[in-house]
Ligand binder design. Structure first.
Ligand code: ZN
Length: 311
């Protein structure tokens, strides 16, 4: 058996206006733009990666922003909520920060003893802040949020499923343990992105892809284990892709029986493989197999401007 998975590597979602997306994640949430690239399957669309200072696995929320994208519908067969981890003492700071920025947020609530702040991004993507005493100090981005309150990375994701079981048994194989039953909760021993919740609702509407919905969730694996994970997925009756070189990691994708697209992404080489850590995200970076098309790709991309210039 391959080594247990410590947690989520990244979460990728669909957005509308790229500038508005950049503004929200860097200025309001204080994450760092750690990679400015293009969707390798559709180079007319940006792929923007936000994370901690060095883009540590377990911190990167990534987007395919399509200007004028049709809104999707959050529903079954999707990651329905993505949760970020904040320190326990930072709840009041964030409630005030989100209110000051006019973010669509709900009152904090308790879940399994943790304070949870639900909110939506400008495209309506459901997000949460989960406050925990054991949030790691991490590698906070330089930005508008003080280090002590900075988002540390992912806490976890919630999967909305018509039927929990096939996906639940895959999570167990991946190294997650079931720790709560009413909202089913699965946890691993990692520091970031170590929780997957499952909400089972056979009556809920099916999710539809579009702006404000998650495209896939990626879990962290080692390069040595990658092909074994592929075999595990096949053994679970899924049809994994070949190992795909994504430049900053290598990936295997499989659509789970519950409909959610899972990716297994290697922790290395990481976002610093082609840029100095102090210069991450400043320029459009292309994998070498797209570099000879740079002029054409740059000409086809929409303008990427946040309200203020990006630091
Ligand atoms: Zn991915």
């Amino acid at each position: 058996m391959p080594t247990d998975i410590p947690g989520i590597h990244h979460v990728t979602a669909i957005a509308g206006d790229p500038g508005r997306n950049l503004d929200f994640y860097t200025r309001t949430l204080g994450l760092r733009l750690v990679k400015r690239s293009v969707n390798q399957d559709d180079v007319s669309v940006y792929h923007l990666f936000y994370g901690d200072y060095s883009g540590t696995p377990g911190t990167s929320m990534t987007f395919f922003p399509y200007p004028g994208a049709r809104p999707g519908r959050v529903g079954t067969g999707q990651v329905s909520t993505t949760a970020f981890l904040i320190p326990e003492e930072s709840v009041d700071y964030w409630v005030e920060r989100l209110a000051d920025a006019g973010v669509d947020a709900d009152d904090p609530r308790e879940r399994f003893g943790d304070t949870v702040v639900p909110f939506r991004d400008p495209d309506g993507l459901p997000l949460e802040l989960v406050a925990r005493a054991d949030a790691p100090a991490g590698d906070p981005p330089e930005g508008p949020v003080p280090d002590e309150h900075a988002i540390r990375g992912f806490f976890g994701v919630t999967l909305s499923l018509e039927s929990a079981e096939p996906t639940a048994s895959l999570l167990i194989t991946m190294g997650f343990r079931e720790t709560e039953r009413d909202r089913r909760r699965y946890e691993t021993d990692g520091e970031l992105g170590y929780v997957v919740d499952i909400l089972e609702d056979p009556q809920a509407p099916r999710g539809q892809p579009g702006a404000g919905t998650v495209h896939h969730v990626a879990f962290q694996v080692t390069e040595d284990d990658q092909s074994e994970w592929r075999d595990v997925l096949t053994d679970h009756g899924l049809r994994p892709t070949e190992i795909i070189d994504r430049k900053w990691f290598e990936s295997v994708y499989a659509r789970t029986k519950g409909g959610v697209l899972f990716e297994f992404a290697t922790k290395s080489p990481g976002y610093t493989v082609d840029e100095d850590v102090d210069e991450l995200g400043e320029r459009l970076v292309l994998p070498e197999w797209l570099e000879d098309r740079r002029d054409e790709i740059e000409a086809g991309l929409p303008e990427l401007s946040s309200e203020q210039s990006v630091e």
